[in-house]
Write a protein that binds this ligand. Structure first.
Ligand code: CUV
Ligand code: SF4
Length: 620
């Protein structure tokens, strides 16, 4: 859908408010960037050394080599590897912060968090070969945290969670030499290889890109998920509300945006503090209303049913409601535009991470050691700010939609009665045709939520069970697809399964790091069936992706053997060699491969055709 900004009525109303008020959003800035740089779009510019910058003429009239002699193929491959490295680094550094927190809790240095899921702690400890017999929870947690931190620089050969993978998959990775070793090591090696004068073979670069991404999917992201569950609780199905209408006209509104649940969990706790609630009332507010955005929103909606105000492209729109006392952020996917925009209102833009400072933000450093007190201070500042709200400038769209989220692997298993067998049976007898994972961001190149929602609907209508994370899942929440009632939009087979189990046809499995949950289910299904992950009737898609994290995700999903459709074009089309590697040769190498399809209906057809082919090969 070209030329329209969003299919979300709340976004459309807010965009009108923005226009009327002369306020600029990402959509305006996107237009102002037109036409975007053609070299950049194709991946053909290089700034990796100061003989450059260099660019390759895609039409063949101008230079075909950089100053060093690098061809377009080399430049495109190097640029892609750097994108993967940045994405893997972001997820993995997030994972490290969670593990460090667990380590501090276990050592008694961090007092404001507790271990919420001891069963998961013990299960992980066993996975790492740590004995749990007769040990205290504290002692187990300390050893487990140490072992997990080792994963970032481990020299034991490969990452622990690789043992979750079917042996066929391991053999493929070993044969190709892409078994992920240490988590940090693969990112460092990616930066080394793309330094001037190192790796100049496109295929060799891309193979390392796959290895680096695997250290994210089966490493950093997976640890982020598992250790968040240990610390904050493993998600269970929970109901909540979504979209900008969750903001309140009467209450102190605090929006928490970013990624790491270390911050958002503590804000959830502090927002319940009776003292703070009465302080809010003393200022004339009805109470404190905490709402989430993007992935940190997903973390707290999964665990607490906290309302989610929207996905990536709604961060500015939330400010434009004029009803936010504070936007509190940590890391990732936070637009630097927020500072200037917040200054047009009474809204305080509060940054909290030493890693992420923003123009126009008030910085309140948050760390695990002073977590609750800092969370209280942040909320206090928001409360103080409430009288500054200009009621005449408040416009909150009515839109809210209920959702059910919280489908961790454990929750799915318990919905299935403890084993994967009912799911496998439903797939075998074609009530469920296959499974598609829809993940990733919004991007102003795509009408907001148009690809997400239409792809999800097209897939469930054809009996494909859809599992989601990230901003894709929030799009489905807003569209009402995360409700058991949405089974009526599903094909007869899927609808029957959903009704029997009380499940929505689209399962919200969490934040972007929680794509590791999807990998874990896929690996378990493959092991159960005695096949490789690549043999499953399963596919992935990132219909509106924008971030480098999404590039790393796409790479590890493909490297894990899963066909993946991208809904926005990655900057690789400047090289036929690289494009061919990703969309064709990858199939022979790792089983998974990419397709690019910007039309969500055609993308759904690609997935259905892939699933049907896999079913046929399995003889089901
Ligand atoms: Ni981490 S990576 S915009 S919040 S999904 Fe949302 Fe998800 Fe993309 Fe960012
Ligand atoms: Fe140019 Fe080569 Fe330097 Fe890149 S590495 S900027 S292509 S000289």
């Amino acid at each position: 859908m070209k030329g329209t900004s969003s299919i979300d009525p709340a976004s459309l109303q807010m965009l009108k408010v923005a226009r009327d008020g002369g306020l600029e959003t990402a959509w305006d800035r996107y237009l102002a960037q037109q036409p975007q740089c053609g070299f950049g779009e194709l991946g053909l510019c290089c700034r990796n050394c100061n003989m450059g910058p260099c660019r390759i003429d895609p039409f063949g009239d101008g230079p075909q080599k950089g100053v060093c002699g690098a061809t377009g193929d080399i430049i495109v491959a190097r640029n892609l590897l750097r994108m993967i490295a940045a994405g893997a680094a972001a997820h993995s550094d997030h994972g490290r912060d969670i593990i460090e927190t667990l380590r501090g809790v276990a050592a008694g240095e961090i007092k404001d968090y507790t271990i919420k899921d001891e069963n998961k702690l013990k299960a992980l400890a066993r996975e790492f070969g740590i004995s749990t017999e007769g040990e205290t929870v504290q002692a187990i947690a300390e050893k487990l945290a140490e072992a997990a931190l080792e994963e970032f620089g481990t020299r034991k050969g490969y990452l622990q969670a690789i043992d979750r993978v079917p042996s066929k998959r391991k053999e493929i990775w070993e044969k190709l030499g892409i078994m992920p070793r240490g988590i940090d090591r693969e990112v460092v090696e990616a930066m080394h290889r793309t330094h001037f004068g190192v790796d100049n073979d496109p295929a060799n670069l891309i193979l390392h890109g796959l290895r680096c991404s695997l250290s994210d999917g089966w490493g950093g992201s997976l640890l982020a998920t598992e250790f968040s569950d240990v610390l904050f609780g493993t998600p269970r199905p929970v109901r909540g509300r979504s979209n900008l209408g969750v903001l309140s006209k009467e209450a102190v509104n605090i929006l928490v945006h970013g990624h790491e649940p270390i911050l958002s969990e503590m804000l959830v706790a502090a927002a319940k503090d009776p003292g703070l609630i009465s302080a809010a009332r003393a200022k004339g507010a009805s109470g404190i209303n905490l709402a989430g955005m993007c992935c940190t929103g997903n973390e707290i909606l999964m665990r607490h049913g906290v309302p989610v105000a929207g996905n990536f492209l709604q961060q500015e729109l939330a400010v434009i409601t004029g009803a936010l006392e504070a936007v509190v952020v940590d890391v990732q996917c936070i637009m630097p535009a927020l500072g200037q925009l917040a200054a047009c209102y009474h809204t305080k833009f509060i940054s909290t991470s030493p890693k992420a400072k923003f123009p126009g933000a008030i910085h309140i450093p948050f760390n695990e050691h002073n977590a609750l007190e800092t969370a209280r201070e942040i909320i206090r500042q928001a409360i103080e700010n409430y009288p500054n709200r200009d009621k005449n400038r408040v416009f909150i769209p009515e839109e809210t939609t209920a959702y059910v989220a919280g489908f961790s692997v454990e929750a799915i298993l318990s919905a299935l009665g403890g084993t994967l067998t009912p799911l496998i049976e439903a797939v075998k007898n074609k009530k469920i045709r296959g499974i598609a994972a829809l993940v990733g961001c919004n991007n102003p190149k795509v009408t907001q939520d148009y690809n997400h929602v239409n792809m999800a609907k097209a897939l469930i209508a054809r009996d494909v069970l859809v599992v989601e994370t990230g901003c894709a899942a929030i799009a489905s929440a807003k569209a009402g697809l995360l409700l058991p009632e949405a089974a009526e939009l599903a094909g007869a087979g899927l609808a029957e399964v959903c009704r029997a189990l009380g499940l929505p046809p689209v399962l919200h499995m969490g934040s972007c790091v929680d794509i590791s949950r999807i990998l874990t289910v896929a690996a378990a299904l493959a092991r159960e069936l005695g096949v490789d992950i690549a043999d499953l009737p399963v596919a992935g898609a990132a219909p509106e992706w924008m971030s480098e994290k999404a590039v790393s995700i796409g790479a590890y999903v493909v490297a894990s053997g899963i066909f993946t459709v991208l809904g926005t074009v990655p900057p690789v089309l400047g090289s036929n060699v690289v494009a061919d590697l990703l969309t064709r040769q990858a199939k022979d190498l790792v089983g998974g491969y990419f397709a690019v399809e910007t039309d969500p209906f055609k993308a759904a057809e690609l997935i259905i055709a892939h699933i049907d082919a896999k079913r046929a090969a399995l003889g089901i």
